[in-house]
Design a protein around this ligand. Structure first.
Ligand code: NAD
Ligand code: TDX
Length: 341
């Protein structure tokens, strides 16, 4: 029987994956209230949720997951049946420029939510984690759920720390937790600091496309909707205490991806610019998703060709969305990150 979840706290719902999740979930489940708690950092954008903001089952609160008093008040008001924790600082390069906020939000924020969940009780606590906690692969093999945790950046170290806290709260306090670890997402509403939107937007503006190192690093790309469907499956059908890997099965070298985007937009490869490598740059990620496929019946529904075409089309058609972002505070980050690289 399907779990009867009435009120679900979604943290970080104004970000890339959270906003896609909220849209998809509200379409699929018409008898559940989603409460979106988001701090609206540089990465949070309510414009990504315009089409759902008047839905009676959607409720927004601006707040910080590290603010224990605020989080307790929210739990007290709603008595959540489930928490899905998307809220995080999510960009590796920013974690190299300044790790503190990554520890605050990703580690302390997760603990604050775990503590509130423990105090008030709930049916499910789903931690949205990442393949990056496993570290880096050589040319062969894939990450499974039993691969050793070996993070290589402040970002992935903070996410791995959060995963360990989630495990500890399950084992010690019997909190009904689950962890999903997903590979690189792409799709609509992704903040343009991330590789695919950055390449698309720079190409559209005839700006250089910065390629770190030799460009041969490999990422396993998954269309964001497929990740969101996997989270929905794990929430309702997953087993307590388990980790589920989620991958797209699409391994692509960065340089190949950049060339493909240029080609699809009819732009010249002379826009490619090799720049200094990212410190600690993981060489290759690839996910083995056998567990979620066999146990929960999930499979990605979008082919890479379909997903990348839809994504490029979305950025072409939604110039207003990204123009507003790149004309603001983001300019300062872009200068800091790329000017002397
Ligand atoms: P994002 O940066 O687009 O969004 C993060 C959201 O969290 C933003 O809306 C931001 O305002 C909010 N937030 C940040 N700090 C907060 C705080 N202290 N309190 C409340 N809200 C806060 O990130 P994303 O790409 O949507 O990633 C969502 C989650 O998925 C993250 O946990 C990330 O680690 C994980 N993940 C991402 C990917 C990917 O490819 N993007 C892959 C695997 C896992
Ligand atoms: O300008 C760039 N040039 C470049 O070559 C940028 C921004 C990135 N890259 C490379 C670095 C990576 O090999 O592209 C690849 C992808 O980079 P990001 O988009 O920064 O993603 P990554 O570091 O792989 O991390 C992402 O996937 C896992 C998300 O940002 C994380 O939140 C998620 O956990």
């Amino acid at each position: 029987m399907l779990l009867n979840l009435k009120n679900i706290l979604v943290t970080g719902g104004a970000g890339f994956i959270g906003s896609n999740f909220i849209r998809l979930f509200l379409e699929k489940h018409r008898d559940v209230d989603l409460i979106n708690l988001d701090k609206l950092t540089y990465a949070g954008n309510l414009e990504s949720l315009r089409d759902v903001e008047s839905d009676p089952h959607y409720h927004f609160y601006r707040g910080d997951i590290t603010d224990a008093a605020f989080v307790r008040r929210l739990f007290n008001e709603w008595h959540f049946d489930a928490v899905i924790n998307f809220a995080a600082e999510s960009h590796v390069d920013r974690s190299i420029l300044g790790p503190q906020v990554f520890i605050d939000t990703n580690v302390r924020g997760t603990m604050t939510l775990l503590e509130a969940a423990r105090e008030f009780g709930l049916e499910r606590f789903l931690q949205v984690s990442t393949d990056e906690v496993y570290g880096s692969l050589g040319p062969a093999g894939k990450f499974t759920e039993t691969t050793h945790i070996s993070p290589n950046s402040p970002y992935s170290a903070s996410k791995a720390s959060a995963d360990l806290l989630v495990r500890g709260w399950e084992k010690t306090f019997n909190l009904p937790t689950m962890i999903t670890r997903c590979s690189n997402n792409y799709g609509p509403y992704q903040f343009p600091e991330k590789f695919i939107p950055l390449m698309v937007i720079n190409a559209l503006q005839n700006k250089e496309l910065p390629i770190y190192g030799d460009g041969l690093n490999v990422r396993d790309w998954i269309y964001v909707e497929d990740h969101c469907e996997a989270i929905d499956d794990v929430l309702y059908k997953g087993k307590i205490g388990e980790v589920y890997n989620i991958g797209g099965g699409n391994e692509v070298q960065n340089i190949h991806m950049a060339k493909l985007i240029l080609n699809k937009l009819g732009k010249t490869e002379s826009l490619l610019k090799y720049v200094k490598d990212r410190p600690g740059h993981d060489r290759r990620y690839a996910m083995d998703s056998t567990k979620i496929e066999v146990e929960l019946g999930w499979k990605p529904r979008h082919s890479f060709e379909q997903g990348i075409n839809e994504t490029i089309k979305w950025y072409v058609e939604n110039e207003k969305w990204w123009r507003r972002i790149i004309s603001g505070e983001y300019q300062n980050y872009y200068k800091l990150q790329y000017e002397e690289r």
